[in-house]
Write a protein that binds this ligand. Structure first.
Ligand SMILES: Nc1nc2c(ncn2[C@@H]2O[C@H](COP(=O)(O)OP(=O)(O)OP(=O)(O)O)[C@@H](O)[C@H]2O)c(=O)[nH]1
Length: 381
């Protein structure tokens, strides 16, 4: 197969993959609604711009100038779509000003008939600036999600931007042929075509991996969060408890536990309805978090029962915290007034696993219920 059709076919495939990557990652990250308009406009402007390079328009100077502006506009929509995807919303005014400056330059060069160098430079600078902005965006925004792939995407965008900017400077210095053929011998567009092909592929892969990282992170968070209260669910808290226990067994600091149960919750449901009961659970969960310290972890153990992990805490301090929690929940407020019973236990070196510590806190909780509720009972060590 001759080189030119092969390269054109490969570059087209690259653009197609880019479209697929965009649509797929936007859907995965639930950013499709925010970006689909930009996606459509990117392809519309790109297709219209590229169409103007095809006969019968290909030979005219005016269509070529229009094509350049359409391609710059496409690059702008690509960049803004990317920014919206990552939760940024750049002001439209900046793009409009950039496009207006490009249009003015192209129009001036067209009127003054001062050659094609300016035209090529404008399209290279316009698209290069957008790619450089995308590089900055990927660097800043993606870094926190998946450290390796964000710099890869940023470097890909930066490389393409540098190539385009260099091509623009070259066009200004030595002029540019109107011929866009990508395999004409010695033609300056060959490195650009190859860069689009390979670096574009790399960017797409990095972007897919970045979005996957975010989606997996979100799913991981969801898997250990209780939907009703926003606290950890039983699985999430158990993971934390097992980690704390393993650390304590290895000689790191111990921990204490609180089992917190809402008193007479069935009666609250019966009197006020299930929705009000749900609201009580949210309020109790929020009160627990508000009464505790930054690294204490609250989880919903099931039904109306909560479990709290108190890292690096001795029994006496845990009891004090439990009293504070009980007082806070029982404090008068706008909603239904409830009280809680709390059982407290502490890790001991004889506890082979975390279940032993949980069992002691549970027994203490039952003792609090038996003793009349609305109280704190501390498990014997
Ligand atoms: N609204 C609501 N109710 C729930 C939820 N999960 C469990 N429950 C209800 O919580 C009630 C728990 O009742 P019991 O186990 O008898 O406990 P209690 O009434 O709090 O009694 P004591 O714990 O002995 O003070 C049951 O009626 C469950 O249906 C929930 O997610 N939302």
């Amino acid at each position: 197969m001759p080189a030119q059709p092969l390269l054109i076919a490969l570059v087209s495939v690259q653009f197609f993959v880019h479209a697929l990557a965009w649509a797929m990652t936007a859907r995965m990250a639930r950013r499709w609604r925010a970006t689909e308009g930009h996606f459509a406009l990117f392809w519309l402007f790109l297709a219209a711009g590229l169409a103007l390079f095809v006969p019968p328009w290909a030979s005219g100077s005016a269509p070529r100038n229009l094509a350049d502006l359409l391609i710059i506009a496409a690059a702008m929509f690509e960049h803004r779509g990317l920014a919206l995807h990552w939760g940024r919303c750049p002001r439209a005014a900046g793009y409009v000003a950039g496009l207006a400056a490009a249009a003015a330059t192209v129009a001036a060069s067209f009127l003054l008939d001062n050659g094609h160098g300016v035209r090529v430079a404008v399209v290279c600078f316009g698209c290069g600036a957008m790619l450089a902005a995308s590089a900055g965006l990927m660097w800043r925004l993606g870094r926190a999600a998946t450290p390796f792939f964000a710099p890869v995407a940023a470097a890909g965008y930066a490389l393409l931007a540098a190539l385009l900017l260099a091509r623009g400077v070259q066009a200004l210095l030595v002029g540019a042929t109107t011929k866009i053929s990508i395999d004409a011998p010695g033609h300056a567009n060959i490195p650009l075509a190859i860069a689009v092909l390979f670096v574009g592929g790399l960017i797409n892969l990095a972007h897919i991996r970045l979005v996957l990282g975010r989606v997996l992170h979100r799913l991981g968070q969801q898997a250990k969060t209780d939907e009703l209260t926003g606290a950890l669910n039983r699985r999430g808290l158990l993971q934390e408890l097992e980690q704390a226990h393993a650390g304590a067994l290895q000689g790191r600091a111990g921990y204490a536990l609180m089992m917190v149960d809402v008193d007479h919750f069935k009666a609250i449901n019966d009197q006020h309805g299930h929705a009000q009961g749900d609201q009580v659970l949210r309020t109790v969960s929020a009160s627990l978090r508000a009464a505790l310290r930054g690294d204490d972890l609250v989880g919903r153990w099931g039904g109306e029962e909560f479990c709290v992990l108190l890292p690096r805490t001795r029994l006496a301090d845990a009891e004090h915290l439990a009293q504070r929690v009980a007082a806070r929940v029982a404090a008068p407020g706008p909603g239904i007034r409830v009280t809680v019973s709390i059982g407290v236990s502490e890790y001991g070196p004889a506890d082979a696993d975390v279940q032993a510590v949980i069992r002691r806190a549970d027994d203490a909780l039952y003792a609090a219920k038996d003793a009349g509720r609305n109280r704190v009972v501390v498990a014997a060590g």
